[in-house]
Design a protein around this ligand. Structure first.
Ligand code: C5P
Length: 342
């Protein structure tokens, strides 16, 4: 009975998921830190950061591919020409999640400009649920009732934790509170769409890794990130081209921005490893734990963050969800069905 998980050791799985959690925590804290400390006119452009991180992820994939072929150039070259240059259809297939991630970035922008950040942060957690639904549709996974309950509990827990941040922010930034908000309905529709595109992109990628033929893992990543470079370039040109051309690509860069690019790139690569060696739901659980860590660390680093009832209740709920999900052995839930073909 297969659940689609690879046979890697539990130790390696623990390493991958722990690293993903810590790297994303470091990334979020560094972004928050630079966004809160830098003056608006010294701010770096986030679309250049996303573009450079796609380039770094591409380079990491090439380096890892070279490494998996024992650093033998002839075999590495043969693999690239067979699986990357020789299979444009596969490359086209990988442009789908890459474009979905690009749409997600743009919709995030629409959502954030039309909604209160707190409402955005709470609603966006629904992607835990959409991810599970897509896993049923595309990967043929079936979850026992206990696991569905754990998934809903995870959503409720993270939403509660985010409510803690919303309340901290609204008491510390009351001047911003009444800021002009455009179109609430548009914002909510955008955020709901991002939950769909995020769940879809992640599950599509996992499907390509697990049922997508013999293409090596690092070539899959390379296909995804090369499309990512193109979509990130389009995103930069559409959203911030005038700023980037006037001020320059590297405007506002310092060592912390370089660290953000590094963390975003390594965090993305760890996410792909979690999808390969575990699955998308484990990724959702790891993201939830990372959100808890971010709030806890923010309490020590930033002013105006309080740890209140919502955080404690949310953290307890998230821990309960993690324990509950893992209390049911993987193979006892009803077995995999074929799922939608790509
Ligand atoms: O919002 P969500 O948790 O779905 O974001 C997933 C992140 O993981 C995105 O930033 C995406 O670029 C990244 N990712 C990656 N490599 C993959 C899959 C996802 O860098 N193979």
């Amino acid at each position: 009975a297969t659940t689609g998980h690879s046979d890697s050791s539990n130790f390696f799985k623990a390493y991958v998921i722990l690293s993903m959690t810590l790297v994303w925590t470091g990334y979020t804290i560094t972004v928050k830190y630079t966004r809160s400390r830098k003056a608006a006119d010294e701010m770096y452009s986030s679309t250049t950061v996303v573009l450079l991180s796609e380039v770094v992820k591409m380079s990491i994939s090439v380096a890892m591919l070279f490494y998996t072929y024992g650093c033998k150039f002839t075999e590495f070259k043969h693999c690239l020409s067979k699986y990357y240059f020789g299979q444009p259809r596969e490359l086209a297939k990988m442009s789908v999640p890459s474009i979905a991630y690009a749409i997600q970035n743009n919709l995030d922008f629409v959502a954030l400009s039309n909604l209160d950040p707190g409402v955005y942060q709470v609603t966006t957690q629904l992607k835990v649920v959409t991810t599970a639904v897509f896993m049923v549709l595309f990967l043929g996974r079936r979850f026992s009732r206990t696991r569905w309950f754990a998934i809903l509990l995870l959503f409720a827990g993270v939403a509660l934790v985010q409510l803690n941040s919303v309340l901290s922010n609204s008491s510390s930034q009351s001047s911003v509170k009444g800021a002009h908000k455009e179109n609430y309905l548009l914002g909510i529709i955008a955020v709901l769409c991002t939950c769909v595109t995020a769940g879809f992109a992640g599950v599509y990628f996992e499907k390509m890794l697990k049922d997508g033929g013999s293409t090596p893992f690092w070539v899959r990543n390379l296909q995804m990130y090369s499309c990512g470079v193109i979509s990130a370039t389009c995103g930069m040109l559409m959203a911030e081209s005038s700023d980037v051309f006037v001020k320059g690509f590297f405007y506002g860069y310092d060592e912390k921005v370089i660290a953000i690019i590094g963390l975003l790139s390594v965090g993305g690569v760890y996410i792909s490893l979690v999808m390969k060696h575990l699955d998308n739901l484990h990724k959702s659980f790891a993201s939830a734990v990372s959100i808890l860590l971010v709030v806890l660390l923010s309490f020590f680093i930033f002013d105006g963050i309080t740890i209140g009832f919502f955080f404690l209740a949310g953290a307890a709920t998230v821990c309960g969800a993690v324990l509950l999900y893992n209390s049911v052995p993987e193979n006892t839930s009803s077995e995999s069905r074929p799922g939608i073909m790509i």
